[in-house]
Ligand binder design. Sequence first.
Ligand SMILES: Nc1ncnc2c1ncn2[C@@H]1O[C@H](COP(=O)(O)OP(=O)(O)O)[C@@H](O)[C@H]1O
Ligand SMILES: [Mg+2]
Length: 306
Amino acid sequence: MKEIEVENLTKDYGHNRGVFDVSFTVNQGEVFGFLGPNGAGKSTTIRHLMGFSRPQSGHTRILGKESFNRYTEFMPKVGYLPGEIALPAGLTGYEFLDMMKKMKRATDEKYIKYLIDAFELDPSGETKRMSLGVKRKLAVVVAFLNDPDILILDEPTSGLDLKMQQRFIEFVKEEKKRGKTILLSSHIFGEVDATCDRIAIIKDGRIVSEFVADDLKHKRDKIYRLKFYNAADKAKFIAEDADNTHYKVIGKDGDAVRIAVNDKDVNYLISDLAEYGISDFTHEKETLEDYFMKYYKEDKNFGGAL
Ligand SMILES: Nc1ncnc2c1ncn2[C@@H]1O[C@H](COP(=O)(O)OP(=O)(O)O)[C@@H](O)[C@H]1O
Ligand SMILES: [Mg+2]
């Protein structure tokens, strides 16, 4: 059953900003990755799903209920972790937790303690004096307080240290095993690769690719690392790559480049290479990051996740 639906959602903020004709669905028990760099439109889409904004056109629904009009009907079943955390001032973490427990009617103290321990949260400080990391952990615990069936996580690991990022990924995997439906937005390939069943890539407000994670694992292009004898050959190869359709330069380091090529095009590559002085030619496995980079190759603003 479709639990999360985005159907032809458009919100045009002008100057080509916003989201345009975005569609995807997340089925019960699925982890769906919504992958894209800063400014791609992830939070805008998610805010519509949560019912905070009215779509300019299109629809968003959770559990079949239109978000903007009927959010009260699904909200108790949804755990939302916002991309940007705003906590009320003048409260300790404990007081904020108590307030949220009442609001969410969360009564399972054992589960709440499990969350606090899992994320090593010390809620004793005052909310506005907390470090960003502690605020994020508090928001994480609050999002899951009432053990909701549907999790909507907007860049959940940003602001967490490496250990907590790892802990979070493990938590998502556990929640998946428990049958939760999860939408996870991220600009981090690794965490999407590690957790998601299906993935949509969003670029400049538009979905450019959607695929089953396992299919990609099996069907990824071949990646080769080519080392050139001299810089001139390397530069020529890169310049000529711009107008060839059989393979793509996806990375450069030192005197080498990494290229992605589909099985059927390996022959083209080999015959092209005869023109260059190559000192090394090695095969690598394509990662989700490589796949993603094919869509973001020309995006100069895309730096954070590399
Ligand atoms: N309220 C708003 N008014 C105007 N522009 C906005 C607003 N919210 C987001 N944007 C713009 O829409 C684009 C998508 O933003 P956002 O959804 O926050 O991206 P992401 O969450 O993927 O980083 C960005 O260019 C952003 O500047
Ligand atoms: Mg965002």
